[in-house]
Write a protein of this length. Sequence first.
Length: 221
Amino acid sequence: RIVDMRSEGAYHKGHIPGAVHLKWEALKDANNEVYVIPPEKLVELMGQLGISNDTTVIGYDDQGGLGPARLWWVLDYYGHPKAKILNGGWNKWVKEKRRVTTEVPTPPPTQFSVQIEAQKICLVEELLVEMKRSNVVIVDARSPAEYSGFDVRAKRGGRIPGAINIDWVRNVTNDDLKTFKPAAELRKMYEAAGVTPDKEIIVHCHTGVRAAHSVFTLTLL
């Protein structure tokens, strides 16, 4: 199932053939915007999109894979590892002059079940213990301005003590395509900051979307 995660207006102007539309906000808990969608809501949402436990999900957007990364992470958390991100997304698809359509598909409803993998979420109580260990590294995927406390988007500005700032945008190229950078370049960037495979890596941002992109990138590495 191909999932278009751009704006609804952009989707209706043209999309990859067969793609269904999904707002990334739908993957949030309406009662707690920083937390993952409840399991019963995900079951309902995936069923409406025609996604079963046997379905491979490929998400794309025009922002370097930000929304699709959240979809990938949510599905992974709920025990569905068959999810991918289209590298370069809509931008690369159009630049390569591939086929687009305005036809909106109506996939038949499906059954979807979840199996929560709780170890993929770190709660605050756990973090307060984990951050004291030498083999744990905290990656702050927000912008340098947020990290420094200049750009305040939460109740307070600043950062978690000891967290390393690697802005999620550094995972992708700084051009109109926004494709993932080569593995060697990404590995060098993360390892130079002390983010290495031998450590437990805990990633955060402001609401968990940018962090999902960095978790996806680190999983690729």
